[in-house]
Design a protein around this ligand. Structure first.
Ligand code: ADP
Length: 376
């Protein structure tokens, strides 16, 4: 607030207007909820409004004529030197957060804005201060920081637990798988072999779920590492489709591409994980259709891979949500943990690519992802 004292004006009308303006300013200052103080360049208090009385406990009569150090804690006196140096240079000090001392010895956190007071001849003759008590704001900030830390700790513990539990579950599953393999080899009759193979499939499903959980804990801990090398992307897609055909022979997987072979830097295992995930979803969420179409094309220094199904489609307001951790659409039934697409998106982002869905309700969904042709 630059206050200009225009006492050089001689015309009575201008003078009357100025008087009126000063009366208005005085009323604003007197009624302000903010503390408004003015002082000379030597730090002598010149004005002290009712809000200042309320904030610091000193009456106007007690404060005027005293040095501003009246309300400055001794260990903060050099702040005044800094503020005055800024004011002398014609600079405003805005929203300076500090602590001031009341008449009763209590400290209050305030945010203060100090501006030069300029006389008619342009000379800086003092400073005006507007101060606001920020105790509540600070309490809120502290509470926010405390809650943030609490949530962070809980999330770390949850992550630790998921990691430990997954490891504990994986060991007996590996043994179970081994025993099933031995049984399959040693069992003579066809019926037993069939039952053992069904049991092995279920063990595989649980293992895949546990692997997803382990991957999540790795992502949370920043430990999901990629092992990238030059790989033929077309080959990886074909391998993933072959894997799916083996498990879902009743489905038709149509792969369309003009590309013969294309080598790019990627983590083959992780990209296969993405593809298997998208292909599994295409089957899982399209119960009344058997066709899944896959395509690979090159566009603008990147490859675009898409997986299209004939399912019920996804509403537009869920396009982003389905890629978040543990998110599942209500109508999706009880299968799955809601981790697949989150993992896909992490893996693709770490490759420098993008993943998204295009869909219209009743017209199926197309999941697309890109991979850069050149490694980042
Ligand atoms: P999960 O399949 O384990 O639930 P995902 O992260 O793979 O987890 O998918 C999240 C949600 O997105 C699914 O629960 C489902 O509601 C929806 N979704 C994924 N793929 C499709 C799809 N092809 N068609 C319709 N909905 C899908």
């Amino acid at each position: 607030m630059n206050i200009l004292f225009n006492f050089g004006a001689h015309q009575p009308m201008i003078k009357a207007l100025l008087n009126e303006r000063n009366a208005i300013l005085a009323a604003i200052v007197a009624n302000s909820d903010d503390t408004i103080i003015s002082k000379t360049l030597d730090g002598i208090i010149m004005s002290w409004n009712p809000a200042a009385e309320k904030m610091f406990g000193y009456l106007e009569t007690e404060a005027i004529g005293k040095h501003i150090s009246l309300i400055i804690p001794p260990d903060r006196l050099e702040e005044e030197t800094f503020i005055i140096s800024q004011i002398k240079a014609g600079q405003k000090v805005a929203h300076f957060e500090t602590v001031r001392l009341t008449k009763f010895g209590t400290l209050i956190p305030i945010s203060v804005t100090v501006s030069p007071v300029v006389a008619e001849d342009g000379k800086i003759i003092g400073a005006s201060k507007i101060a606001r008590n920020i105790s509540e704001q600070i309490l809120l900030q502290q509470e926010k920081a405390r809650l943030y830390e609490q949530v962070k700790t809980l999330s770390e513990r949850q992550n630790e637990f998921i990691g430990l539990a997954s490891h504990e579950l994986k060991t007996p599953l590996t043994s179970l798988n081994g025993y099933l393999q031995i049984l399959e080899k040693t069992s003579g009759d066809q019926k037993s072999k069939h039952i053992i193979s069904r049991a092995a499939q279920q063990v595989k499903k649980i293992t895949a779920l546990i692997d997803d959980l382990l991957d999540i804990t790795k992502i949370q801990a920043g430990k999901l590492l990629l092992t990238t090398e030059a790989n033929n992307i077309k080959r990886i897609i074909e391998d993933s489709i072959e894997l799916m055909v083996h498990v879902h022979p009743e489905h038709e997987f149509k792969f369309r591409t003009d590309i013969d072979a294309l080598s790019i830097m990627l983590d083959a295992q992780r990209i296969e994980q993405v593809l298997v995930n998208l292909l599994t979803n295409a089957i899982r969420y399209s119960p009344s259709s058997k066709l899944v179409e896959i395509s690979l094309e090159v566009n603008d220094n990147q490859v675009i891979i898409s997986v299209r199904d004939q399912g019920p489609g996804i509403p537009e307001d869920k396009f982003e949500l389905i890629f978040s951790r543990f998110y599942r659409m209500q109508e999706s039934g009880t299968q799955g943990l809601g981790l697949g697409l989150f993992l896909c998106s992490e893996i693709i982002q770490r490759h420098g690519g993008k993943i998204w869905v295009e869909s219209k309700l009743g017209e199926g969904s197309t999941f697309r992802f890109t991979l850069p042709l050149q490694a980042n």
